[in-house]
Design a protein around this ligand. Sequence first.
Ligand code: 0FX
Length: 244
Amino acid sequence: MFYYRKILVISDNPFLISQFNSLMKKFEGIELSYACSPSNTALLNNTSLSVKINSINLKTDWEQTVQTHDLVFSLHCKQLFPAPMVSKVKCINVHPGYNPYNRGWFPQVFSILNNKKAGATIHEIDKHLDHGAIIAQKEIEIEKSDNSLNAYEKIQEAEVQLLKENLENILSNKYKTILPAEEGNINLKKDFNALCEVDLDKPVTMGEAIDYLRAMTHGNYKNAYFIDKNTGSKIFVAIQLEKE
Ligand code: 0FX
């Protein structure tokens, strides 16, 4: 019935694993397995998930993966899929950004800063980062009262919605794709890290300062900081926003 029958889901995100696993319940006759990055000990030792999660190192294990699966999903997998792997087996990425805008690391953080579109994209993986043919995407609105966490929650909701709407067509290989409108732009982990140290002498408007702080505010993460010149210690900063 289904075109793909041996499916591997590689993910470092417990929320998406459990959502994906519930959505897969209605599809029968598919061998489904899950894996995460070897460094993700929190996920490997997570006993509250109802699925078994193996450890996979794509640098060393990709050939075996290709031989034993006919479809691979990346649901926020922290490892890059090797180019030879994506040319040999169909690989599909569920990405927390609206391709091709702010491809790469923490897209909503950069969308708050540069006003480029934010959302979720399901796309075929090619040898470039968050770049391949688009199967489906959903834009989310980032309001002026949103910080990175609020925007990220909307994005995860959009990702699950997209999976709900497209999973059957993906499993049956009946989906259509469109190519991204342009190459767009990429942000890497080092770009996010560089944002974290506040340049206390940088002249900005109050609007820019608020946008910067809400982009860096995400739950308990200690992102933005400045150095106290008297003590040399880091002082972390975040912002609280509240809509009337
Ligand atoms: O899994 P993920 O949501 O996504 C990231 C990349 O953004 C994505 O493009 C890539 N495909 C995927 C493999 O990795 O990342 P996360 O669970 O580490 O972080 C989720 C959000 O939490 C992030 O968007 C911003 C926030 N965050 C996370 C960390 C680790 C922070 O604000 N500070 C942090 O130090």
